[in-house]
Write a protein of this length. Structure first.
Length: 419
């Protein structure tokens, strides 16, 4: 319980325990759609239960938070020149995709985790995070593993914290391993005990919408103290939104998306390879570029392909026969929840390779390398995802597992207990 508890919110239990009737929760997310979306069901469930929720996030992302109906608690973004200096050290894949995807992955993740999440992001956000904790007096901090300022602030202010999943259970350990030097620097500067931040991150309960079958085999070393799973609002396979008109309306739909940021990272060659490969498949293809990309820049499109910058996944997925993606947690689990077979092409982050391997291992899809031969193998992989009855059955089985998980509202008490 934080030092600034509000007594009216406490009801006596037997013995020395208390139960929170209402509490204040500070959600902490980096400024990324894929990092914020997984917590939305939990935050809404808390508000529906009468709790007060604020979302601490970089000021540049605050409007996205407000668009979801939440109160934003903005923290500073890193200075553009500092962030650009870090980004200049990132490997840049060539437009022909000739550079090794493994090399891109390893160096990109070291830089992103240590120097961005644990460096310029955390140092810019920490003063505001501390100010919000002091002013809001939360009973609980609900943070994601990449948001480091909230970890430091919750330890400094002795506020209980839990984590929400932005990947498999392995991602918690992966993030802590990548952040160790950054966390050690904070410990030295702020007079915190050695390894206290890493230990706190590993001990914190994890709330995730990943089904257990997706996590099995993914835990390599340490895991959080406890894991609570909840149901992702699953796509209804019998419904969906209206789609634009193109191609043969009776052909199966292939949805291809590489998340919100790939188009900002010089992956233009990837989009063109995908269009070239899927232009020869007997299917309608909806390809989205996300931020930094435009549909017009990719013209001419094959007759069976339509390109959009963005389209709501909840409207697309119910119509989809197969999905092509990059292994991002949100996109991957949305397809799992809809029972859609996948072809996964990891691009730049370790969790994408982890998710691709799990998709492959549980039989709900295929994993491909984003190399120069992609166009030669993608068409056959997509045909397999559409036509293979075993893959379709495995995807439906995982969907049924996810539908059987508790609703997010059923985990509100567990969040209260953590406080």
């Amino acid at each position: 319980m934080s030092g600034a508890a509000h007594p009216a919110s406490l009801l006596p239990r037997t013995g020395h325990e208390t139960i929170l009737d209402r509490m204040r929760v500070l959600v902490a997310s980096t400024g990324n759609v894929g990092h914020f979306s997984p917590v939305v069901p939990l935050a809404r469930a808390l508000e529906a239960a009468g709790d007060e929720v604020r979302v601490a996030t970089p000021a540049s992302f605050a409007d996205r938070v407000r668009a979801h109906g939440f109160a934003a608690a903005p923290v500073d973004d890193p200075a553009p020149d500092e962030l650009e200096a870090v980004y200049r050290t990132l490997p840049r894949p060539g437009a022909d995709l000739a550079q090794s995807s493994a090399a891109i992955r390893d160096l990109s993740n070291l830089i992103m985790v240590r120097d961005v999440f644990g460096g310029v992001d955390a140092r810019a956000a920490l003063p505001g995070m501390l100010a919000h904790i002091d002013a809001f007096a939360p009973d609980l901090v609900l943070r994601e593993p990449a948001e480091v300022a909230s970890l430091v602030a919750s330890q400094l202010r002795s506020v209980p914290h839990v984590q929400y999943g932005i990947g498999t259970v392995t991602m918690v350990q992966f993030m802590v391993d990548g952040l160790r030097s950054s966390l050690a620097a904070f410990e030295r500067e702020l007079d915190l005990a050695d390894r206290s931040l890493a230990d706190a991150a590993l001990r914190a309960p994890l709330f995730t919408h990943a089904p257990e079958v997706f996590d099995e085999g993914s835990v390599e070393t340490a895991a959080p103290r406890s894991v609570h799973r909840f149901r992702l609002p699953a796509s209804d396979r019998d419904r969906g939104g209206a789609l634009p008109s193109w191609g043969d309306p009776d052909a199966p739909l292939v949805y291809a998306t590489f998340g919100s940021v790939a188009a900002t990272m010089a992956f233009e060659g990837l989009y063109r390879s995908v269009m070239a490969a899927l232009g020869g498949v007997d299917a309608r293809v909806l390809l989205t570029t996300g931020e930094g990309g435009t549909a017009e820049a990719l013209r001419p499109w094959p007759d069976n392909v339509r390109v959009e910058q963005w389209w709501p996944q909840a409207e697309v997925m119910p119509h989809t026969a197969a999905m092509v993606g990059h292994g991002g947690f949100g996109t991957t689990t949305t397809a799992l929840a809809a029972g859609v077979p996948q072809v996964v092409i990891p691009l730049f982050a370790t969790d994408q390779w982890i998710n691709a391997a799990r998709v492959r291992d549980i039989g709900v899809g295929l994993e491909l390398d984003a190399g120069p031969d992609l166009a030669d193998v993608l068409a056959d992989a997509v045909r397999t995802a559409i036509e293979d009855p075993r893959m379709r059955a495995a995807a439906r089985a995982v969907r049924n597992d996810m539908v059987a998980l508790p609703h997010a509202r059923d985990l509100v008490q567990a969040l209260h207990d953590a406080a």
